[in-house]
Design a protein around this ligand. Structure first.
Ligand SMILES: Cc1cc2nc3c(=O)[nH]c(=O)nc-3n(C[C@H](O)[C@H](O)[C@H](O)COP(=O)(O)OP(=O)(O)OC[C@H]3O[C@@H](n4cnc5c(N)ncnc54)[C@H](O)[C@@H]3O)c2cc1C
Length: 391
């Protein structure tokens, strides 16, 4: 009987990497990559940065069409997985021409995340930014806009704000928390970035929740921030509905073990949609980053190709380009970490397990040094910090 092979649901950053890594790892079994979006897999980070300025969609494509034939990978764009039958080991796909049932030996969920839209009156008139379709719509609207309001001062909201301000638009950012990037960044670094945005002329309304979208944004205190374009960048939710309906464990992401396997040994999950145990703290963590999607894909590929890789333990790292500010984070700190400013634009975050992360601004050298050291701590955090500062 012909093997059903590996079926990957989600043809984003992680799904594409997994298909490529399977072949790199010497796996010769059938590989099918299923993507709900049309077109070729693309990278998302430039959607809130360069793409808004240059509109060069082709520069974002991860692999050309010829790649799939040359690697004997079946790519099914425009196919949305609707249901998993774990007993039969099949997945039902919906596409423009109807339905199709695909068997699998191993199924990998790489379904990413969707934008969280707060239940505000008028929110449906605002734009979001997750896909190429979203980015094209936003770029088109930017061309005529004069004033923009951004709900949410996370990475994507602030990257967009920097682009819009750079284009000369009036920019207001509304954030319910008292500081930007509250989930992911230290207070000192957040303050530095907030100052930069203000210096560019953007107005930050911090500690102010949006109450309504109506020709701009109405704040909870009744104040109206006028805008002809409103963008909601209020965080994401993992796409877990397939896994949930199939009876897999879901808790802010599809729960997997250190091998990135769900409790069904025939189903893996990774990337934005997965909650993965941290090698450092043992706590489950969902990472929204290119690095996590890529490194996790490589581990799953090695396992499917017959290796016995160690549990997932790659150091998380992140970046965000906001105008002239290149923020880089090596490591990951949870809420409650203690922040220590090591030098202007360099912050260490320390939690109960020791040094958790180093944040740097426009300092790639220190970032790379921090990544090296955090990946293999030599002899205690004190020495480590000294070495990073000296690097
Ligand atoms: C605007 C923007 C800027 C970003 N900037 C950065 C950055 O600077 N640095 C960084 O590290 N990260 C950044 N990220 C995050 C990064 O892009 C993601 O963490 C990464 O793409 C995650 O990869 P993934 O494969 O898990 O999910 P995705 O790349 O999101 O891919 C998931 C794919 O699965 C598809 N899918 C979902 N459900 C189904 C289904 N049922 N059937 C078939 N297909 C399905 C989706 O359509 C999507 O194409 C950014 C993200 C966005 C949106």
């Amino acid at each position: 009987m012909t093997p059903a092979g590996t079926v990957i649901i989600g043809a984003g950053q992680g799904g594409l990497q997994l298909a490529a890594s399977l072949r790199q790892a010497g796996h010769s079994g059938p590989v099918t990559l299923v993507g709900a979006e049309d077109g070729l897999p693309y990278q998302r980070p430039p959607l809130s940065k360069a793409f808004l300025l240059d509109g060069r969609a082709e520069a974002l494509i991860l692999r050309p069409a010829a790649f799939f034939a040359s690697k004997d990978i079946t790519y099914l764009p425009g196919h949305r997985a609707e249901a998993i039958d774990r007993a039969a080991r099949t997945v039902t796909l919906h596409h423009a021409g109807g339905r199709r049932v695909l068997p699998y030996d191993h199924l990998v969920l790489a379904t990413g995340s969707r934008n969280l839209v707060p239940p505000l009156p008028g929110a449906d008139t605002a734009l979001g930014l997750r896909s190429m379709v979203d980015a094209r719509a936003l770029r088109a609207r930017l061309a005529d806009a004069r004033r923009v309001a951004v709900i949410g001062a996370g990475f994507i909201g602030l990257e967009f704000a920097a682009v819009a301000r750079g284009l000369g638009l009036e920019v207001a950012v509304i954030e319910a928390a008292p500081r930007p990037m509250v989930r992911t960044l230290s207070a000192p670094m957040a303050a530095t970035l907030a100052d930069w945005h203000r210096a560019q002329g953007s107005v930050l309304h911090l500690g102010r929740a949006a109450a309504e979208v109506d020709r701009g944004v109405v704040l909870e205190d009744g104040r109206h921030i006028p805008a002809d374009l409103v963008v909601i960048a209020a965080g994401v939710r993992p796409r877990t509905e397939l896994a949930e309906a199939a009876g897999l464990e879901v808790a802010d992401g599809i729960r997997v073990d250190g091998r990135l396997l769900t409790r069904d040994p025939a189903i893996s999950a990774f990337g934005d949609c997965a909650s993965v145990p941290s090698a450092r703290t043992g706590r489950h963590l969902r990472l929204e980053s290119v690095q996590a999607a890529t490194d996790q894909a490589r581990l799953i590929a090695a396992r499917i190709a017959g290796g016995a890789p160690a549990d997932y333990a790659a150091l998380p790292w992140f970046w965000s380009d906001q105008g002239a500010c290149k923020l880089q984070i090596a490591g990951h700190a949870g809420p409650g970490a203690e922040d220590r400013v090591l030098a202007p634009g360099t912050v260490a975050r320390i939690d109960e397990h020791g040094l958790a992360a180093i944040e740097t601004l426009n300092n790639p050298r220190t970032h790379m040094a921090a990544r090296r050291h955090l990946s293999s701590p030599p002899d205690g955090d004190g020495a480590l910090l000294d070495r990073i500062i000296a690097a």
